[in-house]
Ligand binder design. Structure first.
Ligand SMILES: [Zn+2]
Length: 434
């Protein structure tokens, strides 16, 4: 019997200690050891990636799969194919846009039944906090959801209404009892306006950074009062960085994420009528984008996750006031971020921290998020210098809509391994529920 099932060698293995030559040795789906690059090892399969980078599989904690109920928007088969092709080996599905939304244990069962047998990567679930479901939070927690999502402003779908600040407090009190996590879409509805017309500048003006900042301040105050752990989703406005940094200095358990589109796209470049770029909160100015990179570099923003929220093309009409707000990018997050991060002097270990280690730690997903002994052998061979021209029609996403269409990104995922086995999109799916 051989000692290892698989050894993957790379001169650029991104471990928790940084980027270095290494041989990652796998047994029974887990990383058994990390050896020197050229160590002689006894393995059934021994692969040398040479100068291709070896990364831990990415962990995307913000994905709207939409199945059951809106499977024509996105489903588990297509979403997890896109994930695997993009180097994402774990997704955590958001509770809304599917029908029913995941706001009670029965809805979680319905979602898992719908997903069963279709997933090419491992899948976890968020629950939802909406008006009237306080009594469902603990049962959902006991069923294994990683936390609860709530909105302060309308979510875009009527079956998932927002909470008032007082309802958020009540939910946080319940969640604090079992030391759970609340993840918040933070825009204050009192500062949102109706767009005055169909163009991007009019849409952008209708969702000012002040609305995000005010909501973030409210949530931080509620975290202070209740002691609950909260996480701010998809920060788009750099106005939020100051209150978030202050909350960290005060020792509050408040974290925040941003998304590839806020870090790589900018309002100035949105083509006329191209609502593939519409999301809420919106993509803002180039100057704001630079500040978000500073927030990321300084650790105020800890995670970069996709907020993959696709819709069919016919909901992306060329009217920014009326089109569906959501960006499809699950397959493209890694090259999009690497393209911009490398220009700004960041390395692959930074990208891995933002897109794998920190999201895994945020949700508290065991055995994910790093090339370390004991972890699942979720691995990605990434060619960091290869050109990656994006054609929306060639992506695995169900609908061929993405704002990256026509761009040439840097970096190509060559192979993805899930728990020690290459992901083969033509073979039966091997993903499990987390
Ligand atoms: Zn979202």
């Amino acid at each position: 019997m051989t000692e290892y099932d698989l050894v993957v060698r790379s001169r650029r293995a991104v471990t928790p200690d940084g980027e270095r030559p290494a041989a990652v040795a796998v047994r029974d789906g887990r990383i058994a050891a990390i050896h020197p690059h050229d160590a002689p090892l006894d393995a059934s399969l021994d692969t040398d990636l040479g100068d291709l980078a070896l990364l831990p599989g990415l962990v995307d904690t913000h994905v709207h799969v939409n199945e059951p109920g809106r499977t024509h928007w996105e489903g588990f088969a297509s979403a997890t194919r896109a994930a695997a092709a993009g180097g994402v080996t774990t997704i955590v599905d958001m509770p809304l846009n599917s029908l029913p939304p995941t706001v009670d244990p029965g809805a979680l069962t319905a979602k898992q039944e719908a997903a069963r047998g279709q997933c090419h990567v491992d899948v976890g679930f968020w629950g939802g906090a909406i008006p009237g479901n306080l009594a469902e939070l603990r049962p959902l927690h006991e069923r294994g959801v990683y936390g609860f999502k709530c909105f302060l402003s309308p979510s875009g779908v009527e079956e998932f209404p927002p909470l008032t600040p007082d309802e958020v407090r009540q939910a946080l009190e319940v969640i604090a009892e079992f030391d759970g996590l609340m993840v918040v879409h933070a825009e204050d509805p009192s500062l949102l306006l109706d767009p005055t017309g169909p163009t991007y500048p009019e849409f952008l003006e209708s969702r000012p950074g002040a609305s995000e900042r005010r909501a973030v301040e409210q949530v931080i105050e509620l975290a202070r009062q209740t002691g609950a752990r909260v996480h701010i989703l998809h920060v788009s406005s750099a106005d939020c960085l100051e209150p978030l940094a202050a909350a960290r200095r005060d020792g509050l358990r408040v974290s925040a994420e941003t998304c590839p589109h806020y870090l790589t796209l900018a309002a100035e470049q949105v083509p006329e009528g191209d609502t593939a770029f519409k999301c809420c909160p919106p993509i803002r100015s180039e100057a704001n984008r630079d500040l978000l990179w500073e927030g990321l570099a300084g650790g105020v923003l800890s995670c970069v996750v996709s907020d993959h929220s696709p819709s069919p093309s016919d909901l992306k009409i060329p009217d920014f006031a009326a089109a569906w707000g959501g960006i499809a990018s699950l397959q493209l997050g890694l090259p999009a971020i690497w393209t911009e991060a490398s220009k700004r002097g960041h390395g692959l270990p930074d990208v891995v921290r933002w897109m794998s280690a920190n999201p895994a730690a945020l949700a508290g997903i065991p055995r994910k998020g790093g090339l370390a002994p004991g972890n699942d052998a979720d691995l990605v061979a990434f060619d960091p210098d290869a050109a990656n021209p994006v054609d929306a029609a060639g992506l695995h996403h169900k609908n061929p809509v993405t704002p990256y269409h026509g761009r040439v990104l840097k970096g190509v995922v060559r192979t993805t391994w899930l728990r020690g086995t290459t992901v083969d999109l033509t073979a039966p799916p091997r993903g499990t529920f987390l």
